[in-house]
Design a binder for this molecule. Structure first.
Ligand code: BES
Ligand code: ZN
Length: 631
């Protein structure tokens, strides 16, 4: 781990923003690379990932009318965009699109002239619409491509019930443009309505008002009355049923998973209550969960009113429900107060990760909180060891890069650690009040890191100048690594696990004699994640025989064990490894395995075979993130 003196770190941060700084990323687009080279410094608030022109004409509302054609794998229909003209001389509305087939653009029934630029590989193609004076509403008729980066079409065989197809969208970060032509920037907030047509036996749900009792007739209407950024627009269609978990909470899932999901996540209502109690009223009416098929590329996605959730966290013992706390917390940090650009993602994910720990502590107690905090911190230090300095900065420079390619624990765990330090310095009560005010002050706004810093300056810092200092805050946000003296989490419970591990490794204690009766998933993860890089065959066999790790039904434990198996070429686990890779599409679980396998020729051949079999069922994002490992 790096411990940088703050002056050195500052110099590095400045260098990171300078035109001379270079990057080793392969995802640079030539145009963006040129822009980076010629730019003197990154401009706060400029969205380098959208080609739209909200500073001139700003879209405020969408009316969607779409039909899901499962045979053609296309969404077909139209969107009507209402916008405000901000610049008096503006005559063009520029929208983001990717792989869309634009059929017509009209206003009041009359055709408008438009052009579609050549696509930029990362940003897509700008759609330029000539807007006559007095027009503030245009309708774009279009259809999506079967390969749309933000839509996955699943065949019946790829679902739990095997009878019906399934569709879901995933817009964050820059994929809404692959299923709606719009201003795809988190600083543009829109309200929306939608009419969605589906095969009659299927149910459509959206990040909007969902009526669990709606007649299942293939015609569904939605309203999202609060302004949300484009990355939170979401749609799913499938053989879905609803089960209530509490007054304001419920779960949508395929019938085969419904009861298990409702039981696993039954504490959602309590989570909602404690979060409201601590951070202010919930602004979004209902909070429901949608359980996706296992190909969902993320753990969860905070689509407003309806978080999208991977089924891989249904463990049977609520051990992985911090994911729900996380997606729920986004209702405050992210959906109510939103990052203005992807550089500011840490404002969403860091605040949310901090809130997640707090919610988990309130619902499940201090010991669990401490264990989860240690595991999160270890993920962070692993990333700090692996990432280039520039990618360890909270306010990261993403110019010329696709935000998907820079996904790491930095915005999450470093962001949370920073807030925990603030909390510890000013005291929990004061910090909670600060957060309540912050969420109120910026409600339904999209803000930059600089706006946050200015707010912090004029509130917490002004009131507690004796406890906080500007340089320290700057060091956290604008320099790489973890500042020396950060509040490193510890857990007494894990000290016992360290002992058990070293007794086993030294040969003093047999695996079968370790008393694991009281271990939860957290103990297991800590035990496994901190094993040395290489273990002997005898040790691997002893662990597997004593604890049946290869067959663990907990997907996180299985992941940690399979990582050990790959590093040590422990072949008895490879059959499970294969079925794990072909049955799960959650990138966080499969990518490290592909990456590790790709380090040897034999491993790569194995990975290639699994990848080829899995590919038709993987989400486009999971394909893109892993195909490089098997080439
Ligand atoms: N909003 C994110 C997922 C995301 C981030 C998608 C950036 C695209 C770009 C979601 O809230 C999230 O953080 N999911 C995590 C959950 C985990 C940290 C508990 C995941 O999917 O692993
Ligand atoms: Zn998140």
């Amino acid at each position: 781990m790096k411990k940088l003196l703050s002056s050195v770190a500052m110099a590095l941060a400045v260098a990171a923003c300078s035109p001379q700084s270079t990057t080793t990323e392969s995802s640079q687009t030539p145009a963006a690379a040129t822009e980076r080279a010629s730019a003197s410094a990154i401009k706060s608030g400029v969205d380098y990932h959208s080609q739209s022109n909200p500073d001139q004409m700003k879209v405020t509302h969408l009316d969607l009318d779409l039909t899901a054609d499962f045979d053609a794998k296309r969404l077909i229909g139209s969107v009507t965009l209402t916008f405000d003209k901000l610049a008096a001389d503006a005559s063009e509305l520029v929208l983001d699109t990717r792989d869309l087939d634009i059929q017509s653009v009209t206003a009041n029934g009359k055709a408008l002239a438009f052009t579609l630029d050549d696509p930029d590989p990362e940003l897509g193609a700008a759609l330029r619409i000539d807007v006559p004076d007095g027009v503030n509403k245009v309708t774009v008729a279009y259809q999506t491509s079967p390969q749309a980066s933000g839509v996955q079409w699943l065949t019946p065989a790829q679902t739990a019930g095997k009878q019906h197809p399934f569709l879901f969208t995933q817009a964050q970060a820059v994929h809404a443009r692959s299923f709606i032509p719009l201003q795809d920037s988190p600083q543009v907030r829109v309200t929306y309505t939608a009419k969605i047509n589906t095969p009659a036996e299927l149910l459509a749900v959206m990040s909007a008002s969902n009526d669990p009792d709606t007649p299942r007739d293939g015609e569904y209407d939605f309203t999202m009355p609060q302004p949300i950024p484009s990355y939170l627009i979401a749609l799913a269609i499938g053989d879905l049923q609803f089960k209530a978990m509490g007054e304001r909470t419920g779960v949508y899932a395929e019938p085969a998973l419904l009861d298990a999901a409702a039981e696993e996540f039954e504490d959602t209502e309590s989570m909602l209550e404690v979060t409201e109690h601590t951070y202010g009223a919930y602004s979004w009416d209902r909070y429901d969960l949608l359980i996706l098929p296992p190909s969902f590329p993320f753990g969860g996605m905070e689509n407003p009113r309806l978080s999208f959730i991977t089924p891989t966290v249904i463990a049977g013992d609520k051990s992985l429900v911090s994911l729900i706390a996380h997606e729920l917390a986004h209702s405050w940090s992210g959906n109510t107060v939103t990052n203005a650009t992807w550089r500011d993602l840490w404002l969403n994910e860091g605040f949310t990760t901090y809130l997640t720990y707090r919610i988990m502590e309130m619902v499940y107690g201090h010991d669990r909180f401490r264990k989860e905090a240690v595991l999160g911190y270890q993920d962070l230090t692993a990333d700090i060891d692996a990432l280039p300095d520039n990618d360890e900065i909270l306010a990261i420079d993403l110019r010329g890069r696709n935000p998907d390619d820079v996904f790491s624990d930095i915005p999450y765990e470093k962001g949370a650690l920073f807030l925990r330090e603030l909390e510890q310095k000013v005291g929990r009560e004061t910090f909670d009040k600060f957060l309540v005010n912050y969420f109120k002050h910026f409600a339904f706004k999209s803000i930059t890191t600089d706006e946050f810093v200015a707010y912090l300056d004029s509130t917490l810092l002004a009131d507690h100048a004796d406890k906080l200092d500007k340089d320290r805050i700057h060091e956290w946000i604008f320099t790489p690594g973890i500042p020396a003296g950060a509040p490193v989490p510890t857990s007494d419970a894990f000290e016992l696990i360290d002992q058990a591990r070293s007794n086993f490794l030294s040969g003093e204690v047999l695996a079968s004699s370790i008393n694991t009766q009281s271990w939860t998933v957290h103990e297991w993860l800590y035990f496994l994640n901190n094993m040395p890089e290489s273990l002997t065959d005898a040790q691997l066999v002893a662990l597997d025989e004593a604890f049946n790790l290869t067959q663990s039904s907990n997907n996180e434990i299985a992941h940690s064990w399979l990582m050990i198996a790959v590093k040590n070429e422990y072949k008895p686990a490879y059959e499970r490894l294969y079925s794990y890779l072909v049955s799960i599409g959650r990138n966080k679980l499969v990518k490290p395995l592909y990456q590790e396998l790709s380090k040897t020729a034999e491993g790569k051949a194995f990975a290639k075979k699994a990848f080829e079999e899995a590919k038709p069922g993987y989400h486009p994002l999971t394909v893109k993130a892993n195909e490089g490992f098997v080439e």
